[in-house]
Design a protein around this ligand. Structure first.
Ligand code: GAL
Length: 346
C-alpha cells in the first residue's frame, strides 16, 4: 500500500512529496529530496512499532542540517583525495567540500537534489535525477535512478545509471539505524557481524592509505558476532582517530544470496540483515552527530554513536589506487546495483 503526501517547499518554492509504503510488518517513508528514507517503523519483540532511523521533522532541516540523513549519496559516496582523478588521460578536479577533499558528491550532491518520482508497483517507488556533464566536476551527462521496493520485510534499493561519457560512480544510501528507536541513546551494545576479512586503513583525513589490511587481531574483525562498542577503547589503532568506526570493510566474497552483514539489538529484539552486490561497506558509527542546531524528530538531540550507518559501496578513492576496485562506468553502459535491508525479530 502506498500513500503520497506533501512534505514541504524547498527555498526556491519547489514542492517535495513523501511516499508512505506499507507491507507486512514494515512502514517505510521515502521522499523526493535526496531520494531519502525519512522513517522506518518496525515492530519489536512485543509487537510495538518504533521508528528505527534518524532524521528530521521538517524539510528545512533536511536541506540545512548535515549528516546525509537517509539520503542517496553520489555521484561518488565517500571521499576522493583532493577531489582529483585522471580518466582517459584527462585530469578532473571535483568540488572539495570536506577540508581539502571531496565527500559524498560535493557541494550539492545527489543527497541534496530534488528527484522526480513515480510509483512503480504496489509497494515500490522510483526516483530519477539527471546530473548534467560537469556537475560538481564529474564527466558525462548521467541519468540516475533509485527504486525502493518493500516486500516481505525487505527494503530493496536498486540503483541504475547511464552516462554519455566514461565516468566514475559509487552510489549508496546513508540511512542511520538505531534498532531500539532513533531516540534511544547509544548503539554501542548492538551486536554486529560482517563477513569482511579486510579493511582500508586511512590517514587522519579519513582518506585510504592504499593498504588493504587483514582484520585479524584488529577492532575491525566482525566475522564473529560482537557488540559495536566492544573494541572502542582499543589502543594503538587508527579506530581512535575517527572517534569510532568510520572505515571501509571489504567483504570476503561477493554473494547476494547470503547476508554480508547482520546487526541485532537485544533490547528490542530487532535485527537487520544486509544483502548486497557491492564489495565493501563503510561502517560509520555516527561520530559526527554533533549538530545542536538540527535536532532529530521530536527535538531529540544529535549525539555521537546514537546511530550507525552501513553504507554499501565500492572502495573509496579507488580511482587513485590501482589495487582498489575499478570505478569506471563506460559511456552508454548500464550501471546497476542492489542492496537489500531485511528486518527480523529474534
Ligand atoms: C560518512 C563518512 C563520515 C562522515 C559522514 C557524514 O559516510 O564516512 O566521515 O563524513 O558520512 O557526516
Amino acid at each position: 500500500m502506498i500513500n503520497k503526501r506533501f512534505f514541504g517547499n524547498l527555498p526556491d518554492g519547489r514542492e517535495v512529496y513523501i511516499y508512505d509504503i506499507e507491507d507486512c510488518d514494515i512502514k517505510l517513508s521515502v521522499m523526493e529530496f535526496g531520494a531519502a528514507m525519512v522513517s522506518i517503523y518496525a515492530p519489536d519483540i512485543n509487537g510495538a512499532d518504533s521508528d528505527i532511523i534518524c532524521g528530521y521533522d521538517t524539510l528545512d532541516s533536511y536541506v540545512e542540517g548535515d549528516g546525509y540523513q537517509g539520503a542517496v549519496v553520489g555521484r561518488w559516496a565517500n571521499r576522493i583525495d583532493k577531489g582529483r582523478f585522471t580518466l582517459d588521460g584527462i585530469d578532473y578536479s571535483l568540488y572539495c567540500n570536506n577540508g581539502e577533499n571531496h565527500l559524498h558528491g560535493g557541494e550539492v550532491g545527489f543527497s541534496h537534489k530534488l528527484w522526480s518520482s513515480e510509483i512503480t508497483g504496489k509497494s515500490s517507488v522510483k526516483f530519477s535525477y539527471f546530473s548534467p556533464d560537469g556537475e560538481e566536476g564529474y564527466p558525462g551527462n548521467l541519468k540516475v535512478c533509485v527504486e525502493y521496493k518493500l516486500c516481505n520485510n525487505r527494503i530493496a534499493l536498486t540503483y541504475t545509471a547511464r552516462s554519455d561519457k566514461n565516468t566514475v560512480i559509487n552510489l549508496t544510501n546513508h540511512v542511520y539505524f538505531n534498532l531500539s528507536g532513533y531516540d534511544s541513546g547509544k548503539i554501542l551494545d548492538h551486536e554486529l557481524t560482517v563477513c569482511a576479512h579486510s579493511y582500508l586503513p586511512t590517514d587522519e583525513e579519513l582518506i585510504p592509505t592504499g593498504e588493504i589490511r587483514r582484520v585479524d587481531n584488529t577492532p575491525f574483525d566482525f566475522r564473529q558476532k560482537k557488540t559495536i562498542g566492544r573494541d572502542f577503547n582499543f589502543s594503538n589503532n587508527d579506530i581512535n582517530t575517527a572517534g569510532g568506526y568510520d572505515h571501509c570493510l571489504v567483504f570476503e566474497e561477493l554473494d547476494f544470496s547470503k547476508p554480508r552483514i547482520e546487526a541485532y539489538d537485544k533490547k528490542s529484539g530487532r535485527g537487520i540483515r544486509v544483502y548486497t552486490d557491492r564489495p565493501c561497506v563503510q561502517l560509520y558509527t555516527g561520530n559526527f552527530l554533533t549538530n545542536e542546531k538540527y535536532p532529530f524528530k521530536g527535538g531529540y538531540p544529535q549525539s555521537p554513536q546514537n546511530a550507525f550507518c552501513l553504507e554499501t559501496q565500492i572502495m573509496p578513492d579507488s580511482m587513485n589506487h590501482s589495487n582498489f576496485t575499478v570505478p569506471i562506468l563506460k559511456a552508454g553502459e548500464l550501471f546497476e546495483s542492489t542492496t537489500e535491508f531485511e528486518f527480523f525479530i529474534g
